[in-house]
Write a new protein. Sequence first.
Length: 385
Amino acid sequence: MTHSPLLRSDQTLFRDPDVFEFTYLPDHLHHRDAQVRELAFLLRPALRGGSVLSAVLRGPPGTGKTTTVRRIFREVAEETQQVIPVYVNCRHNHTPLAVYGSIFKQVCGYPAPLAGRYLDDVKEGIASRLQDRNAALVVCLDDADELIPAGTYNLLLYQLLRLYEKWDVRKAGVFAVTSNLGLNLGAEADASVRSVFHPTEITFLPYSRTEIREILTDRVRQGLYPRVLPAPLIDRIAQIAAGEQDVRVGIDLIRQATLRAEKDGRRRVTHADVTAAARAVTAPALRARATRLSEAERALACWIAERSRDGADMASGAVFEAAQEYLPVGKTTYHEHLNALTKAGIVDLVPGAGRGREVRLRYNAGDVAAACKAPDKTCKIPNWA
Ligand SMILES: Nc1ncnc2c1ncn2[C@@H]1O[C@H](COP(=O)(O)OP(=O)(O)OP(=O)(O)O)[C@@H](O)[C@H]1O
């Protein structure tokens, strides 16, 4: 058997490490044509002297909302002077001064002067620049839901959308982005805002495994040298990321697994690198999922994990029979809890060899047991509900 020579300490497996940064803007945006078209449609009136129309962009984390907006904003900035696109991260900027400071800097190209730190001065600076350029303003409020607990959501929307009332500028457009699916940003607007805020709702569904694989394959091509990460491992990483419903997990896994190979002086990433990286990358997600389960569901997850680790029969029926010994529970309750575990993304029910289904863990069995153990470090709880 021939071994490829070891990597020298001054060599790297990364052609471009920046490609794996979360802020990296990919050259090609996969599977978001519909959303790009909708946003382009909302921007179009501003190219004919009108205003940008508003939108609410909603979808779970890692579904490309920010990337789609930043891509389209970059194109707008390159192709026209008639629209000034501004991106504000509301996780970091949620006071009016911080938000307007960020808008001022992007519209004017330099920070708001310290002497002019009164909001009206900052707003006037923004408005006069828009007038000079005869341009329409569009502001993306990313993670706009962060403005609600800060008490500034309605205030900022009201002021931004009514800038034209005080200054002679075109009406601004707002793209409000959220990954909080339980929240309707349109409905959070109060009556005075609703009269000027009529957003188009744009949805970002989680990527399928095939879509994630395409996105990751592209990243690997740009970011790693050829043959560093074999295609079957990209498939495996795509499967893990699809399970987490977050393409970010996949990007991070590629980076971590490659760093591991590089640290060992190897020229190829191995299955073991991906397994080790997956545990580090997915552990926080698994813990978060476990905390959303009831005590009884956690007990079942923990027990299933221990059974799977022992190599026992994982057919759903066999698991139920065996569970009886430790966890006295009726069939209906067992299935309810099992469904809760599948919904939480901890187990999958896959067609088994016979007629029944097989209970398969999405994570390493030891990690599931650790995440779901009762405070006394056991899997068993006496009062099964
Ligand atoms: N369609 C895509 N093509 C290429 N890369 C993508 C695509 N969608 C997402 N990504 C990459 O996935 C990562 C996460 O994307 P992004 O930040 O846009 O998601 P998001 O939906 O805004 O997430 P969050 O709600 O957590 O802010 C980024 O590194 C981005 O480059």
